[in-house]
Ligand binder design. Structure first.
Ligand SMILES: CC(C)(COP(=O)(O)OP(=O)(O)OC[C@H]1O[C@@H](n2cnc3c(N)ncnc32)[C@H](O)[C@@H]1OP(=O)(O)O)[C@@H](O)C(=O)NCCC(=O)NCCS
Length: 146
C-alpha cells in the first residue's frame, strides 16, 4: 500500500481497486483468480505485479497491476517482475499476455517500459477513462507460434 499510495501516476480511486485485488488474493489465492509476485530488497518490499488468467479464454492472461517504488525505478525490478510473471504464465499454458494502460503523458515512461519488454499496442480507445485519457491495450505473444 505504501508503494501504491506514493505512485504519482495512480489516482486514489485506482489505488482502492488495486487494494481490492490484493485483498482478494490474500483471502483466498486459488479462488481469487489472481497471482501476485513481489520484489524485495533487504527485506523491504520494492515492487509487485498482479496477474491472472482472463476468464472465458484459452491461454490468455491479463497483467492487472504492477508498481515499483518510485526511488527504485530504473534498476530492472519491473522488468524482472514482468519476466517472472510471463514465465509463470507460460508454465501454466498461457499464450498471450495483455496489459491495459493509459494514454496520458504521465504514463509515457510506463508505455516505453512495456514496449521495451516486447509488448505491442493493439488498440487505442480515445477518451476511455476520461476526456483526454484513452485506454491502450498492449499485447505480447509469449510463444512465437501462439
Ligand atoms: C512501469 C514500472 C513498473 C517499471 O518498473 P522499473 O523497475 O522502473 O522498470 P525497469 O527498471 O525494469 O525498466 C525501466 C527502465 O530502466 C532501464 N533499466 C533496466 N535496468 C536498469 C538498471 N539496472 N539501471 C538503470 N536502468 C535500468 C530499462 O532499460 C528501462 O528503460 P526504458 O525507460 O527505456 O524502458 C515502474 O516505472 C512503475 O511502477 N511505474 C508507475 C506505475 C505504473 O505505471 N504501473 C503500470 C500500470 S499499467
Amino acid at each position: 500500500m505504501r508503494i501504491l499510495k506514493t505512485t504519482p501516476e495512480f489516482k486514489p480511486s485506482e489505488v482502492v481497486v488495486a487494494e481490492e485485488l490484493i485483498d482478494s488474493y490474500l483471502d483466498d489465492a486459488a479462488a481469487s483468480g489472481y497471482s501476485i509476485l513481489i520484489a524485495e530488497s533487504d527485506s523491504v518490499l520494492t515492487g509487485y505485479i498482479c496477474y491472472g488468467q482472463t476468464p472465458l479464454t484459452e491461454g490468455t492472461w491479463d497483467i492487472y497491476w504492477m508498481a515499483v517504488a518510485q526511488e527504485k525505478r530504473g534498476q530492472g525490478i519491473g522488468g524482472t517482475l514482468l519476466k517472472k510473471a510471463e514465465e509463470k504464465i507460460e508454465e501454466a499454458g498461457g499464450r498471450l499476455a495483455f496489459i491495459e494502460t493509459s494514454s496520458l503523458p504521465s504514463y509515457e515512461n510506463t508505455r516505453r517500459f512495456y514496449l521495451g519488454q516486447g509488448y505491442e499496442t493493439l488498440v487505442l480507445i480515445p477518451d476511455f477513462y476520461s476526456p483526454g485519457d484513452g485506454k491502450l491495450i498492449m499485447q505480447k505473444r509469449l510463444r512465437p507460434d501462439s
